[in-house]
Design a protein around this ligand. Structure first.
Ligand code: AHM
Ligand code: MG
Length: 345
């Protein structure tokens, strides 16, 4: 990968310049989508600032509220949600938001004349149970068009298959902060330079290796995995020089971070159905779909073990799905184990 973010490089490209360049390649583009991406990146910078200051300004801990998933809401979850909603409202390009931190879809098109035509679904702060132990967290977002001639934007407008996404991305608030996104023309990654407050193109045209040596799964749940998956886990742990096994386990428990590492280095992330989470844990609309769009654009694969994630027709905003995502050959191999041995109901 070419390193375009070296101090002596003559052509440092900011996210904003990059978005404008892309826009100029789209005949008839109005700039609305570019403005939407800009609004998202501004909110990401604000959330980044809040996360970096978390330990200093005593905003760790919970609000005491329980969110729609029945989980205790961390203060920073609530804060991240409000920052993104505020930025999208202010920007005016978005007409409907779906957020992990809000039970209902949030329409923004009001009598005030908001003409926004984009729907944004998001997990404002994924992996938030890791915040108070200083582990990387992230934001995930997915963008759709409001269907043509749709009336007042509502949840039904958002219930589109992942293959209809026109953009998707994530921000990882790690040792550095990165924003990675796709609009269906490859995947590009930008690193926030805190000294100038800009995201700079650091990872152009990301492609993910066809196979890797890392598997990421919560193995504490092994007993409740499907028989085929248990067999796959035994397979990855088996010693075999020719296929570089055993693979390495890497599981941060923060999806964005696990996904980001596997995207760059190669690997597979699995959150399957378990006894506790019979439909898997991750949410289709704002966790699995956007990452599936990104991974496919980078040459990888994402399924629920049987079916392509992007083909699933959603019926609920907070719908969950099992997820097998990452390097193409690894995901295919895991699927083949799933298909050989399916659990009896
Ligand atoms: P969250 O959106 O409530 O933070 O939950 C999603 C997180 C993922 O980031 C992570 O991969 C997974 O839950 C970890 O779950 P578990 O602790 O069951 O392994
Ligand atoms: Mg999440």
């Amino acid at each position: 990968m070419k390193d375009v973010y070296s101090p002596d490089h003559k052509h440092i490209m900011t996210l904003e310049q990059f978005i404008i360049d892309q826009q100029e390649r789209e005949p008839g583009a109005t700039g609305a989508f570019s403005r939407l991406l800009r609004d998202i990146s501004i909110a990401a910078k604000i959330v980044n600032r809040d996360i970096r200051r978390a330990g200093l300004v005593d905003i760790f801990g919970t609000t005491g509220e329980v969110n729609v998933q029945g989980e205790t809401q961390q203060k920073l979850d609530a804060l991240a949600h409000s920052e993104f909603v505020r930025a999208l409202k202010r920007g005016g390009e978005c007409c409907l938001i779906g957020s992990e931190e809000h039970a209902e879809a949030i329409p923004l098109a009001t009598q005030s004349g908001n003409e926004g035509k984009y729907i944004v679904l998001m997990d404002p702060l994924d992996g938030s149970s890791n915040i108070d132990v200083n582990v990387s967290v992230g934001t995930i977002f997915s963008i759709y068009y409001l269907p043509d001639d749709y009336g007042e934007p509502d949840l039904d407008a958002a219930l589109q298959a992942g293959s209809e996404q026109i953009g998707a991305g994530y921000v990882v608030y790690g040792s550095s902060t990165m924003l990675v996104y796709t609009t269906g023309h490859g995947v590009n990654g930008f690193t926030l330079d805190p000294s100038v407050g800009e995201f700079l193109l650091s990872h152009p045209s990301i492609t993910t290796p066809k196979r890797g040596k890392v598997y990421s799964i919560n193995e504490g749940n092994t007993e409740s995995f499907d028989e085929g998956l248990q067999e796959y886990i035994r397979w990855v742990q088996h010693h075999d020089k020719e296929t570089s096994r055993p693979y390495k386990t890497r599981y941060i428990g923060s999806f964005v971070s696990d996904f980001h590492r596997n995207l760059l280095k190669g690997g597979i992330y699995i959150y399957p159905a378990t006894k506790k989470n019979k439909e898997g844990k991750l949410r289709l609309m704002y966790e699995s779909n956007p990452m599936a769009f990104i991974v496919e654009q980078a040459g990888g694969r994402a399924t629920n073990g049987h079916e392509r994630i992007l083909d699933i027709q959603p019926s609920k905003l907070h719908q969950r799905t099992p997820l097998f995502i990452g390097s193409e050959e690894m995901v295919k191999r895991a699927e083949s184990f799933m298909q050989r041995k399916q659990v009896k109901a």
